[in-house]
Design a protein around this ligand. Structure first.
Ligand code: NAI
Ligand code: A1CAB
Length: 277
């Protein structure tokens, strides 16, 4: 497959992670154009990855056959309308990573039926340890499907969905998911320090524990429940901790948190669902 030029519209946190993953995979930085209005972020992207940077979306988009929309959902209508003319002539493959925003909304804002892939990656993409859920609209050809898949596979495995409505659930589980682990890490760090460990001791213990447990989850044939049981000696220390988690409603809390994230995705979509002016 030839390397098609790629434009990131938005050079923030998630774009940076994806660009880092693509370059770590060996993609030529000269094939990547990034539009980012903030000068500091632009300069950092150019310095760290040697990609082409531009101040305006149009300047980056006109160079590329694939557009990766990586702006906040709230600015997406404006970005699509600004790019509508170029989109209708260039007919790019559009890949949007915005939470909540649907392919129908993007089509409406661009004002023309384009091949659109929705992708929900996560920030471990930077280390090529991410996971991406994807959905393609009816305009996407087999070849474009493969192009989008190859692009996101630089970030880690991909999972394609038939039902676009499930993208909000993917966002709630894996898009936002790294933040849940970081919150757990923060809480374990504070608790470790409260029990007398130094900050440095606690941080290495927490990071390596989460890393090792995640690797076991990924590489072992056992379920999370089985792996947990292997740590939990009868009447031992883990049991004391797990009983405390269960008594505090840990599972219900996680369920509610993931539900809140999914609902927020739908809200982000609805909030942007006014007719173009
Ligand atoms: N941060 C994450 O872990 C993930 C984020 N996403 C999605 O990625 C998108 C971006 O999120 P983040 O990177 O977290 O936000 P961010 O705020 O770090 O990045 C957005 C960037 O877009 C730039 N921008 C604003 N207007 C622009 C315009 N007209 N043209 C070009 N660039 C413009 C901003 O200056 C900013 O740097 C969102 O839609 C979010 O839902 C998806 C998966 C994970
Ligand atoms: O918090 C957000 O809205 C974005 C989408 C998934 C992760 N970050």
């Amino acid at each position: 497959m030839p390397t098609l030029s790629l434009a990131f519209i938005g050079g923030g946190n998630m774009a940076r992670s994806l660009i880092g993953g693509l370059i770590a995979q060996g993609r030529d930085p000269a094939s990547i154009h990034v539009a980012e209005p903030m000068a500091e972020l632009r300069e950092a992207l150019r310095r760290d990855f040697a990609v082409h940077v531009h101040e305006s979306a149009e300047a980056a988009a006109k160079h590329a056959a694939i557009w990766m929309l990586a702006v906040k959902p709230q600015v997406m209508p404006e970005v699509c309308r600004d790019l509508a003319t170029t989109a209708s002539t260039r007919r790019p493959l559009v890949v949007s990573i915005a939470a909540g925003i649907t392919s129908a909304q993007l089509t409406r804002w661009f004002g023309t039926a384009l091949p659109i892939v929705r992708a929900m990656p996560n920030t471990p993409a930077l280390l090529r340890a991410g996971i991406t859920g994807l959905y393609a609209n009816a305009e996407v050809t087999k070849e474009q499907h493969a192009q989008a898949d190859a692009l996101l596979r630089a970030a880690g495995p991909t999972i394609w969905l038939e039902d676009e409505a499930l993208m909000d659930a993917v966002t709630a589980v894996s898009g936002s998911g790294p933040a849940y682990l970081f919150l757990l890490a923060e809480a374990m760090q504070a608790a470790g320090e409260a029990e007398g460990l130094s900050a440095g001791q606690a941080s290495v213990l927490v990071a390596q524990t989460l890393f090792g447990a995640a690797r076991m989850l990924d590489e072992s044939r056992e379920t999370a429940a089985e792996l947990r049981q292997r740590v939990t000696s009868p009447k031992g220390t883990t049991e004391a901790a797990i009983n405390t988690f269960e008594a505090g409603g840990f599972r219900a809390l996680v369920k509610d948190a993931i539900h809140a994230a999914r609902i927020r995705g739908a809200e982000l979509s609805a909030a942007n669902d006014e007719e173009p002016t």
